[in-house]
Design a protein around this ligand. Structure first.
Ligand code: ATR
Length: 332
């Protein structure tokens, strides 16, 4: 099936071609009522941000909760991050997500850091809060007191999402696990630290730039000394291999792993943080070798669901959000 899209009388549509016939499918706005003066906003700030699947997922979730809220995406260059945060604050936005390259810089720009942000050294979710009549800080949308100062409270929902994805999508318990982490950039560092924090027995870090893997290993040894950590490939069986490199995003990319040095038949499960394409060459090779596999869609869902819970104080409608995400990313 192939698709093209556009706007028709204000409604988004997709022109779909399947089995030799063409039809127009309307992409439904999930909200029953249009935007009005009472609508509240959340947004993702990134640079670039055009690829973000978060608006599709979050708007579906907000609509399912019956909220008159909307979730937007803004391309914010790093030099404007501070002003953009101030703008959202004074316009009484409910909250924000931050994506590449803002997560580290935001550590110095929010007013309060939740333990999750402190622990992982990055902020991917902000909740704007105001003081209620008793002086308690509550989500800004819960108070109409326009005189109250508003603070930005920073959280990190990425690391927990990695743990949940491993558990729910692959049946992996981090505790006692032997794991290989491919990549030692921002995502690889958080993945390795999360595995160590959750009790992984042994970690093997593999990265093109050795010094970055060494720095992550040193941080793990300092913070989680019950976890054995080394650089390079393991001998024997491992429970999970996690890809946090960008290899696999583009057609023709090399595999992120040297199959001469890692026998996938001795690996229980492979998790690839990439979700587009849905099956990377690494996941295809892992499936062929009999491993359980999962791509990064679950992780994206779980970090977004947790952000929505932080903003609303209510459980996130995960099945609706998962469906919206899958439709957005894979078109089905
Ligand atoms: P993110 O925030 O997504 O982790 P990043 O910090 O830029 O992004 O990290 C990208 C990861 O992919 C790094 O581990 C990077 O390896 P280096 O640390 O050596 O740069 C890895 N990566 C990117 N392109 C690669 C390539 N062509 N070959 C091998 N590794 C690559």
């Amino acid at each position: 099936m192939s698709t093209a899209g556009g706007l028709l009388q204000g409604n988004e549509f997709r022109l779909c071609r399947a089995a030799g016939s063409a039809y127009i499918a309307a992409v439904q706005d999930p909200f029953p009522k249009p935007i009005d003066a009472g609508t509240r906003y959340c947004a993702v700030f990134g640079h670039p941000v055009g690829h973000s699947a978060s608006p599709a997922m979050q708007n579906a979730g907000m609509a399912a909760l019956g909220l008159n809220w909307r979730y937007l995406a803004f391309d914010v260059v790093p030099t404007h991050l501070r002003s953009a945060l101030d703008g959202a604050r004074v316009m009484r936005f409910v909250g924000l997500n931050l994506t590449v390259p803002h997560k580290l810089m935001a550590m110095d720009l929010v007013d309060v850091l939740d333990e999750s942000a402190q622990s992982w050294g990055a902020v991917n979710t902000i909740r704007f809060e105001a003081q209620d009549a008793t002086g308690r800080w509550v989500p800004v949308w819960q108070t109409d007191d326009e005189g109250s100062p508003i603070r930005a409270h920073g959280f990190n929902t990425d690391a927990d999402a990695i743990g949940r994805a491993l558990r729910k999508d692959l049946g992996i318990e981090c505790s006692g696990a032997r794991a290989v982490v491919l990549g030692a950039g921002g995502a690889g560092r958080v993945a390795a630290l999360k595995l160590a924090a959750d009790g992984a027995r042994e970690l093997f870090l593999v990265n093109r730039t050795q010094e970055k893997a060494e720095a992550v290993a040193a941080e793990i040894r300092r913070r989680y000394n019950s976890c054995r950590v080394g650089l390079g490939y393991p001998v024997g069986t491992v429970d999970v291999v996690l890809n946090a490199t960008s290899l696999g995003l583009r057609r023709g990319d090399a595999l992120p792993v040297d199959l001469g040095r890692l026998d996938l038949r001795r690996v229980g499960a492979v998790f690839d943080m990439i979700y587009r394409p849905a099956e990377t060459p690494l996941l295809a090779a892992a499936r062929a070798a009999g491993c359980r596999t999962a791509n990064g869609l679950g992780m994206l869902l779980y970090q977004g669901a947790r952000a929505l819970e932080l903003w609303t104080g209510r459980p996130a409608p995960e099945s609706v959000m998962r469906q919206a995400l899958t439709e957005h990313v894979h078109g089905s």
